[in-house]
Design a protein around this ligand. Structure first.
Ligand SMILES: [Zn+2]
Length: 420
């Protein structure tokens, strides 16, 4: 039923090419975008450290002609891309905090959750999602050290990679879950069929799986090639996600767009026939390109990505020829792809600012020697221009930067480079 030849890099200490579709097993896959070689986005070297050899991985986006899944071309060992010191914490973004509060309101009303219902979050990070579900029983599963932050906030957290074995153990100890959530991590775990089986193991008969994933169609529409990196193995449409879940007897009964990460989808699934299917599902499916239309959409995406790189470079060249000092605003994972694909380095970008408390301060942008510094530097230095690398939340950031006194040009690099 499931593809026999799945690219598994876990335990290899290196990487394995994705030679057949991760969901349906179809081969060969078609290359739709090449971004060159990239360093792991979360391996950041300390400022001033002696340069040493580092791994770089080919970064290609592939399309499956059979099930339309868009996927990365290389699976990298999770111990390389999710090291224990993984510096990402979801609680630092207001948009994400608001989204999880809204998720709780929607899910608890729709599913009539009671205090005894168990809610399990896979890839629970710092516990931001589960902190909204504290009036129910909660359990987080998180492989990195960030899980300790959740535990200190009173959210029981198992520090472990999510595998079918972990699922069986949790089921034995805690009983069946009413809700299993996977927010922005369902595309990150290799061996996706084992993960869905693990989720089925956790779910009670009326259990509901809620996933939030970056949305392929939004990615294409707003040219978010910067979200292509090896943590993201799959780029889901509602169609490809429903297809995967269906292979395991799960039916999507509600789906809708949400604003996180520059455009995501929230998808509810349950065992077939358990929940009435909302009209939202057919509506979203009908809006997505399939087959030849998907191929055409992907080809135009590739052409637009190349032009976008050249346009951003031209804009920066003009600034540098006028003697400008340029810095970057915020260092999300996606900034690593943008910086490395466009070819920005410490000669072009003086430094990148992060808000005080960020674990990235004191380190360099991956693959470069661009230092990441505390944001206050921006207001004392007043560089001529600042490129907002977390451009997908520019509406939230720009007014704050102005209010704190930054007077230079504010630039968003995508989808079309422009001065705000
Ligand atoms: Zn496929």
């Amino acid at each position: 039923m499931f593809p026999a030849k799945v690219a598994r890099a876990a335990g290899s200490g290196a990487s394995v090419p994705v030679e057949c579709c991760q969901v349906c097993g179809h081969a060969p896959l078609t290359n739709v975008l090449s971004l060159g070689y990239m360093p792991p986005v979360n391996q950041m070297v300390a400022i001033g450290a002696v340069p040493r050899q580092q791994p770089w991985f080919p970064t290609n986006l592939l399309h499956c002609g059979k099930c339309d899944l868009v996927q990365i071309g290389l699976a990298v060992d999770p111990t390389i891309i999710f090291p224990p010191e993984y510096p990402y914490t979801s609680g630092t973004t207001k948009l994400l905090r608001d989204n999880f509060a809204e998720l709780h309101a929607e899910a608890s009303a729709m599913l009539k959750l009671g205090p005894q219902d168990l809610v399990i979050d896979i890839g629970s990070n710092d516990g931001t999602l589960l902190s909204n579900f504290k009036s129910h029983r909660v359990l987080g599963i998180e492989p990195t050290e960030v899980g300790k932050i959740a535990a200190s906030r009173g959210i029981p957290t198992l520090q472990r990679y999510f595998t079918p074995e972990t699922a069986a153990e949790v089921r034995r100890e805690h009983g069946p879950a009413r809700v299993v959530t996977a927010a922005n991590c369902f595309a990150h775990i290799e061996d996706v069929h084992a993960i869905v089986e693990g989720i089925l193991e956790l779910l009670g008969p009326d259990g509901v799986f809620i996933s939030e994933s970056h949305y392929l169609i939004g990615l294409l529409d707003t040219l978010q090639y910067d979200t292509v990196y090896h943590e993201h193995l799959r780029y889901y449409s509602v169609n490809s996600l429903a297809n995967l879940l269906q292979m395991h007897g799960l039916e999507v009964f509600h789906a809708r767009p949400i604003p996180t990460h520059g455009g995501s989808i929230r998808v509810y699934a349950a065992r077939r026939g358990v929940q009435p299917v909302n009209d939202s599902v057919a509506k979203m499916l009908a809006s997505e390109p399939r087959g030849a239309a998907m191929v055409a959409r992907l080809n135009s995406f590739r052409d637009e990505v190349v032009l976008s790189k050249l346009r951003l470079f031209a804009m920066i060249r003009n600034l540098k020829e006028a003697g400008a000092h340029i810095c970057g605003i915020s260092a999300p994972s996606r900034a690593s792809t943008l910086v490395n694909y466009v070819g920005l380095d410490e000669g072009i970008i003086d430094y990148v600012c992060e808000i005080a408390g960020s674990l990235k301060i004191g380190k360099c942008m991956p693959g470069t020697s661009i230092p990441v510094v505390e944001e206050s530097r921006l207001f004392t230095d007043q560089p001529d221009a600042a490129i907002i690398f977390s451009w997908h939340i520019a509406d939230e950031l720009a007014p704050k930067l102005r209010a704190k006194g930054y007077r230079g040009k504010l630039i968003t690099p995508l989808p079309v480079p422009r001065e705000l």
